[in-house]
Design a protein around this ligand. Sequence first.
Ligand code: CP
Length: 308
Amino acid sequence: LKHLLALNGLPKDILNYILDTASSFVSVSDREVKKVPLMRGKSVFNLFFENSTRTRTTFEIAAKRLSADVINLNIAASSTSKGETLLDTVDNLTAMSADMFVVRHDQSGAPFLIASHLNQHKLDHIHVVNAGDGRHAHPTQGLLDMYTIRHYKKDFTNLKVAIIGDILHSRVARSDIHAMKTLGVPEIRVIGPKTLLPSFMEDMGVRVFTNMDEGLKDVDVVIMLRVQNERINGALLPSTQEFFKNYGLTPERLALAKPDAIVMHPGPMNRGVEIDSAVADGKQAVILSQVTFGIAVRMAVMSILAGN
Ligand code: CP
């Protein structure tokens, strides 16, 4: 594995190898992640052209736990504001001996562009990790979601999983679906209003529901998604109250799922829009565990790409 750009096409044994490697970084308490020297002397550049709290910070922590040097480029204060192109920025950071770029961008395909530019210039020692590109892919979120599901449910092959909300704009939904298909989840459902469901969902082999109560029935895992207002054309934007009424996860709705169902959310959450606080802070929520597991999963990805 040279770059991690998306999860579609990655075979099951590679996905399991990444999850197993992540497990090896987590102590028995499942909370502490060990510091190891696997990337000592390597430089990881975090290039976040779009805002982030969880992904950027956990990549930084993960790189530091691997003993790498981490450089967070402040994009707003960088020379991109003076018209420097993405690839010129990359070339200049390459000249500073970058070993890995972790890239988030609002344009789908930006990390692919960087990876193919590096490949063209035979810069084979430099790796690219997609930290979320437009609505296309968020592979490390997909992996940490799989880690979380495996942690709580043990086996993928007997699960019903529902992904709920703004599926249309969600790179997380796409990465989760690709990973779950590969890992053998037999029933994946997507639930949302017609305007926020892409037409190709059935082609991906998932069941589509517009009625939340029907879609939630007997599921083992509920993955809630934020309505991505910033990517929605104003005319299609649902009202907050209307959305919560039809697609908000309340304790009453959650009771339709299996009694031991877990509730996940990639964050950031919009309480009172897609999720009620009683659920977000309730016993079935594993949302903060997802964040913690993200450190070990990102350590696994970076250390494997770096050749360990
Ligand atoms: N899950 C996720 O990508 O969150 P951030 O936007 O805070 O990184």
